[in-house]
Design a binder for this molecule. Structure first.
Ligand SMILES: NC(=O)c1ccc[n+]([C@@H]2O[C@H](COP(=O)([O-])OP(=O)(O)OC[C@H]3O[C@@H](n4cnc5c(N)ncnc54)[C@H](OP(=O)(O)O)[C@@H]3O)[C@@H](O)[C@H]2O)c1
Length: 272
C-alpha cells in the first residue's frame, strides 16, 4: 500500500483499520484478519477498551515492527499525565513505541489541553511516540497549538464521510501539512444506501463501501473503516484497482449535509 509522509518525515499508509466498538476475541481475530488482508495501520484508543485484545493480534504479524503503524489516543482524563497513559497503551498493545499518539478530544480547558500537547511533544522527544496528533479539534485550537509550540500537529483525525464533509477544516489541514484521517468513513453504513453511491457502485462495478472509501483516498482524507467481518475487511481494502472520475468525485461532494453524527467537540466529553 502507498503511504503519505507526515510532517516530521514519518510514513503512514493511505488507509487504516479502525478498531472502535469491538472487543475480546472479536477484535483480536479481526485485527489478525486485517493484517493478513494487507492493512498496516491499526487505529485504536485507550477509550475503546480493546488495546489488551489488539496486542496479541499484533504479535502474530510476521513482518517487521517498522512495517506497522500503530495509533492510539489519550482521553482528556489522562491529560495531566500523558506519559503514564502512553506507556499503558503501548504496553497493552505490545509495542515499544506508538507510531502516532493523539489527544482524542480537545476538552474544554485550553491551558490543560496545551500542557497535554506539550507532554505529547516530550514523548516524541523520548522516542515513545513517532508522530504527535490530535482529534476533534477546531481550526482555532489547531492554531493555538501552532502559536504555542511552533508547529501544527502531524495528524488531525476527524469525522468525515460524504454526508459530513468538513471542507474548510480539510483545506486548512492540507494547506498546513496536517494529515487528515477520516473517522466513521462510511458513516457507520448510512452512506452506503445513498442513491449516487449506489449509482456509482453499479457504474464502476465495485461495492458502495468501495466507492465511498475510494472518494476519501482521492481526496487524500485517509479512511480507517472498521469491520469485524472477514469478507468486508477484504472488500474495504480492495480500492486500489479503479479511479473515480472528476465528475463522479464532484457528485459525491454534493452529498454533504453539514451535520455530524458525533457530539459537539467543544462540549464533549463533559467534565474536561
Ligand atoms: N477519533 C475519534 O473521535 C473517533 C470517533 C469514531 C471513530 N473513530 C475511529 O474510526 C474508525 C471507523 O469508524 P466507525 O467504526 O465508527 O465507523 P465506520 O468504519 O464508518 O463503520 C463501521 C460499521 O460499518 C460496517 N461495515 C464495515 N465495512 C462494511 C462494508 N464494506 N459494507 C457494509 N458494512 C460495513 C461495520 O460492520 P461489520 O463490523 O459487521 O462489518 C460497522 O458496523 C473507528 O473504528 C475508530 O478507529 C475515531
Amino acid at each position: 500500500m502507498q503511504s503519505y509522509t507526515l510532517s516530521g518525515g514519518v510514513q503512514i499508509p493511505v488507509m487504516g483499520y479502525g478498531c472502535y466498538n469491538a472487543f475480546g476475541a472479536e477484535i483480536e481475530q479481526a485485527v489478525e484478519m486485517a493484517l493478513e488482508a494487507g492493512y498496516r495501520y491499526i487505529d485504536t484508543a485507550e477509550f475503546y477498551k480493546n488495546e489488551p485484545d489488539i496486542g496479541p493480534a499484533l504479535d502474530t504479524f510476521a513482518g517487521k515492527r517498522e512495517e506497522l503503524f500503530v495509533l492510539s489516543k489519550a482521553w482528556p482524563s489522562s491529560f495531566d499525565n500523558m506519559e503514564e497513559a502512553c506507556v499503558r497503551s503501548a504496553k497493552n498493545l505490545h509495542v515499544e513505541y506508538l507510531d502516532a499518539y493523539l489527544l482524542h478530544w480537545p476538552g474544554t480547558k485550553e491551558d490543560r489541553r496545551l500542557k497535554a500537547y506539550g507532554q505529547l511533544l516530550a514523548l516524541a522527544e523520548k522516542g515513545l511516540v513517532r508522530a504527535p496528533g490530535v482529534s476533534n479539534f477546531s481550526i482555532e485550537q489547531l492554531e493555538r497549538v501552532k502559536a504555542e509550540y511552533g508547529a501544527y500537529p502531524a495528524i488531525h483525525e476527524i469525522e468525515c464521510h460524504p454526508s459530513y464533509h468538513p471542507v474548510e477544516m480539510i483545506r486548512f489541514c492540507q494547506k498546513h501539512g496536517i494529515q487528515v484521517i477520516s473517522y466513521e468513513p462510511i458513516n457507520r453504513t448510512a452512506d452506503l444506501s445513498l442513491a449516487p453511491v449506489l449509482q456509482l457502485a453499479e457504474k464502476y462495478e465495485h461495492t458502495p463501501a468501495q466507492i465511498v472509501l475510494r472518494w476519501h483516498i482521492q481526496h487524500d482524507q485517509l479512511p480507517i473503516p472498521k469491520s469485524s467481518n472477514e469478507s468486508r475487511i477484504k472488500e474495504n481494502i480492495a480500492v486500489f484497482d479503479f479511479e473515480l472520475s472528476k465528475e463522479d468525485m464532484a457528485l459525491l461532494d454534493t452529498l454533504d449535509t453539514g451535520k455530524r453524527n458525533g457530539l459537539d467537540p467543544m462540549a464533549f466529553p463533559p467534565g474536561f
